[in-house]
Ligand binder design. Structure first.
Ligand code: GDP
Ligand code: MG
Length: 163
């Protein structure tokens, strides 16, 4: 079956924007499909004849502070349980937050291949923030602008290397 690529990260970093760039067609999954919940969105994607399933786990993005970390933990657990490759998205404009550090700690224990994706690097000017993210301790670190579709091809090259 197709490799499963899961997108995780705190709210507002651009997970859904990236998902839309990596998704070819949406898989139509009805709510009564066994094992399917509304806390994630699935699509099929293809790059250079490599086919994959992409999952945006951000359906669990919390709306209030009291459920914040518990929902993020759930999101990360979904990714760890189902993914062959995890895309950990962070916000290149905001820099590293405490939540990013907590997600990084959860992901590191998973043993799954993790690609750190620094989003919102829209122009060369934002690249100065990119290097801060090496502090999170991931070897595979990529920068993109999901909104401007920059760096998506290079990211896909990295993704399929892990298939
Ligand atoms: P999610 O909550 O992680 O799914 O994030 P969204 O995809 O909904 O995006 C959150 C906000 O960030 C939206 O206002 C997007 O327009 C914006 N955004 C997403 N990608 C980029 C990007 O590459 N550059 C900039 N400047 N903004 C972005
Ligand atoms: Mg989202």
């Amino acid at each position: 079956s197709r490799p499963v690529v899961c997108i995780v990260g705190r709210p507002n970093v651009g997970k859904s924007t990236l998902f839309n760039k990596l998704a070819g067609r949406r898989i139509s999954i009805t709510e009564d499909t066994p094992g399917i919940t509304r806390d994630r969105i699935y699509a099929e994607g293809e790059w250079l004849n490599n086919y994959y399933t992409i999952i945006d786990t951000g359906g669990l993005d919390p709306r209030s502070d009291d459920i914040f970390m518990s929902n993020i933990r759930k999101q990360v657990q979904v990714a760890i349980d189902t993914a062959d490759i995890i895309l950990f998205v962070v916000d290149g404009l905001e820099g590293i937050t405490q939540t990013d550090i907590e997600i990084a700690n959860l992901l590191r224990k998973s043993g799954k291949p993790i690609l750190l994706v620094v989003n919102k690097i829209d122009t060369k000017k934002e690249l100065i923030h990119f290097y801060d993210f090496f502090e999170l301790g991931f070897e595979n670190i990529n920068y993109i602008s999901a909104e401007a579709s920059l760096g998506i091809g290079d990211l896909l090259d990295e993704i399929i290397k892990n298939f």
